[in-house]
Design a protein around this ligand. Structure first.
Ligand SMILES: C[S@@+](CC[C@H](N)C(=O)[O-])C[C@H]1O[C@@H](n2cnc3c(N)ncnc32)[C@H](O)[C@@H]1O
Length: 211
């Protein structure tokens, strides 16, 4: 998703319902709030970061992404609407050992995991960036167990979408992990405070606190 055209198509997509569901779910799981510093890993054009900053005005939100084209869209929105004193973006491709360690009270990531060649990059980054006790919320697609199930999800959720988005979605479903695979990843990363759950017909959510 590094190209400008791909970033523009992604940013133009209407993910408002699923994005808002992430924000509502985080608020439900962590009713006491997100603490002082929130990081959104693989923030893309900032869909989740903007909503987090708005919902949690006393938290400072940092969106990190490895693609300049995505961040350019996020930064343009940040500049055009001068009401985001608690939000900023930073170019960072994970793994990124230069990022400050253990300083975030909440680590969020939506739709990044299946983009990583090595999924442990995400879990090691969560561990690197989150303070002890940090809230963690990660959501991603769940890999269907057959090609027929992949096609059924495509028909159910992406009918009529632009071809590039449709192609990306197919690729994403096939690249996503199963609940069992993510459970193994969490064990390997020593993230015993996090739990993975299947959500709806196509998602996984991983939530909990760093211990
Ligand atoms: C599907 S988009 C999700 C964007 C955003 N989280 C959202 O919910 O709209 C995936 C994003 O992950 C970013 N990404 C992929 N690999 C990355 C890496 N190793 N480090 C940082 N960002 C990465 C891509 O540039 C892209 O913006």
């Amino acid at each position: 998703m590094d190209g400008a055209e791909q970033a523009r198509q992604y940013a133009d997509g209407d993910f408002s319902a699923t994005d808002q569901a992430v924000i509502d779910r985080i608020a439900f799981l962590f009713p006491a709030g997100l603490g002082e510093r929130v990081v959104d890993l693989g923030c893309g054009p900032g869909n989740i970061s903007f909503r987090l900053a708005s919902r949690h005005p006393t938290s400072v939100v940092l969106g990190l992404d490895g693609a300049q084209a995505m961040l350019a869209i996020a930064e343009a929105k940040l500049r055009s609407e001068p009401a985001w004193p608690n939000l900023s973006f930073q170019l960072a491709r994970l793994p990124c050992p230069d990022l400050p360690g253990a300083c975030f009270s909440t680590v969020v990531s939506n739709s990044l995991l299946h983009h990583l060649h090595d999924p442990m990059v995400l879990w090691k980054s969560v561990r690197q960036l989150g303070a002890t006790g940090a809230a963690v919320y990660v959501k991603d697609l769940r890999r269907p167990d057959s090609e027929a199930a992949v096609q059924a999800l495509l028909a159910a959720h992406l009918a009529g979408a632009p071809p590039l988005l449709e192609r990306d979605y197919l690729h994403s479903l096939r690249a996503a992990f199963t609940q069992e695979e993510v459970q193994e990843q969490l064990e390997q990363a020593g993230l015993s405070g996090l739990e993975v759950r299947a959500l709806e017909d196509r998602y996984l959510e991983i939530a909990g606190r760093l211990v």
